[in-house]
Design a protein around this ligand. Structure first.
Ligand SMILES: O=P(O)(O)O[C@H]1O[C@H](CO)[C@@H](O)[C@H]1O
Ligand SMILES: Nc1nc2[nH]cnc2c(=O)[nH]1
Length: 355
């Protein structure tokens, strides 16, 4: 897709978002219908996209206009177009979207075709929702995620997690590309996430801000068990069986807003804080999933070793991160497929016996 086309799509979606926001503000219970005679809508239609972006910004990050009913509509749009009923959702990180190649009998929904969806703007994020089967188990997969640095508020970045919930997903597998801070880590290592530090949250930015709808979850969700312990244990066992345990680690991920990579002083500070890997995603999705009571398994592919000394001429770059993803493609496909199999045979089989 050309950059021009990408930018157009992006701005068109922004414009539509503004229109929807206006309509939803008027009547949050009605399905959003664009009323071209509405005075606000007319004005919006006349303006250029840069103004529309300013409008959106002025409305503020906290006003999540994805009501429960709107998320239900998005979920229903998808359910009406496929018979696949997944209980497991997957989010593919930068350069990890090839995971979708092993999905069978797939039905794909490009993000720009799904009502009220943002679009992916980052290389290595294809930008579609894929329904299908991994080793016979029904799943749905985000082949490309949304990041805060793309200009989307966090509640919008993590909206697809709520769509997954209303489609019927109970377990979420999240993957990302991250820089390795732990001196023992090498590029190509896989770090099972044991915990996170939400630096965006420290700065007062959280996808759960704003009015809380209890149908999704509680106002004050606990996060001390965000990364499911039995899934982590199972993943280590699977890694051992696969013979990859020598490069599978477990550690703490920190999220920063990006899009720049870190300074050396920032990295040194993160290390003092106990951070093993750093990235620009995942945490908003995990917060949203935990809020609506999903079980989460997440891992980082360590795509680069963070540059920690001033003498080094090395520089972090996105292309290298995508290349490392390609290098580990086979292993990651197999690991995720086996974790999906485990969830299906254990957690889901148990819950169908004891509903
Ligand atoms: O977290 P994912 O989406 O895997 O991508 C990671 O890689 C990109 C930087 O190369 C950033 O977006 C960072 O967050
Ligand atoms: N913030 C951050 N994100 C990454 N994603 C992949 N590598 C990195 C990194 O070094 N820093």
């Amino acid at each position: 897709m050309s950059l021009q086309k990408l930018n157009n799509d992006f701005n068109v979606h922004r414009s539509i978002d503004c229109l929807n926001l206006n309509i939803l503000k008027e009547n949050t219970n009605s399905p959003p219908v664009i009323n071209k005679n509405n005075r606000f809508t007319k004005n919006l239609l006349k303006r250029r996209s840069s103004n529309l972006i300013a409008d959106l910004a002025s409305i503020g990050n906290h006003e999540n206009f994805y009501t429960y009913e709107l998320i239900q509509q998005i979920a229903q749009y998808l359910l009406d177009r496929t018979n696949i009923r997944p209980k497991i959702g997957i989010i593919c990180g930068s350069g990890l979207g090839n995971l979708a190649d092993v999905i069978t009998d797939s039905v794909s929904f490009p993000y720009h075709e799904i009502p009220h969806f943002p679009v992916s703007t980052v290389a290595g994020h294809v930008g579609r929702l894929v329904f299908g089967y991994l080793d016979g188990v029904p799943i749905m997969c985000m082949q490309g995620r949304f990041h805060y640095y793309e200009g989307y508020p966090l509640w919008k970045c993590s909206m697809p997690v709520r769509v997954m919930k209303l489609v019927g997903v109970s377990h979420l597998i999240v993957t990302n590309a991250a820089g390795g801070l732990n001196p023992k880590y090498r590029a190509g290592d896989i770090m099972i996430m044991k915990d996170h530090i939400n630096f965006l949250g420290f700065a007062g930015n959280n996808p759960l801000q704003g009015v809380n709808d209890e149908r999704f979850g509680p106002r004050f969700p606990a996060m001390n068990r965000a990364y499911n312990a039995s899934l982590r244990k199972a993943a280590h066992k699977i890694a051992k069986e696969m013979g990859i345990d020598k490069f599978v680690r477990e550690g703490v991920y920190a999220v920063l807003g990006g899009p720049n990579f870190e300074t050396i002083a920032e990295l040194r500070m993160l290390r003092v804080c106990g951070v093993d890997a750093v990235g620009m995603s995942t945490v908003h999705e995990v917060l949203t999933a935990q809020h609506c009571d999903m079980k989460v398994f997440a891992f980082s592919l360590i795509t680069n070793k963070c540059v920690m000394d001033y003498e080094s001429m090395a520089e972090a770059n996105h292309e290298e991160n995508i290349d490392t993803g390609l290098m580990r493609e086979g292993v990651i496909k197999k690991l995720v497929t086996k974790v999906v199999g485990h969830i299906s045979n254990h957690d889901l089989a148990m819950s169908s016996k004891n509903p």
